[in-house]
Design a protein around this ligand. Structure first.
Ligand code: 5GP
Ligand code: ZN
Length: 114
């Protein structure tokens, strides 16, 4: 399902790079971030290699709503009441990995946006 040869997240999805997986289904994988900015820092990665929101097809966009169901499930299971979802597009926004993903950050008082 993932196809970009030099993409770190495609390699994680394919199992070529190890990760700490907390959830997986046919469209998303959720792993622990290797460099956490808070006690809880998860990455919900869309399995298909799509670089940014601007590259999503209509079919991909329709899959995105399920992210919220996944976040609801994980945060409920972990007893997480406050959390932030972050999704970066482009270098100036802080995107380092060009494969669409959503950060789920929690476990401490977070500063304001930006
Ligand atoms: P971005 O800056 O693109 O929004 O977020 C990329 C995130 O991926 C960063 O928080 C970074 O720590 C994380 N990351 C990069 N390489 C790896 C890796 O090999 N494994 C894991 N678990 N996270 C990674
Ligand atoms: Zn990829």
């Amino acid at each position: 399902m993932s196809e970009a040869t030099n993409c770190v997240f495609c390699k994680i999805i394919d199992g070529q790079i190890p990760s700490q997986k907390v959830y997986e289904d046919e469209d998303f994988i959720v792993i622990k971030d290797i460099n956490p900015v808070a006690p809880v820092h998860l990455l919900a990665i869309y399995k298909k290699h799509v670089p940014t929101v601007g590259d999503l097809s209509i079919e991909d966009s329709k899959n995105m709503w399920r992210l919220f169901e996944i976040v609801k499930k994980i945060t409920k299971e972990e007893g997480i009441e406050s959390y932030r979802i972050v999704q970066n597009n482009g270098r100036d926004a802080g995107q380092e990995v060009d494969h669409i993903h959503f950060h789920i950050i929690a476990g401490r008082k977070l500063g304001h946006l930006g």
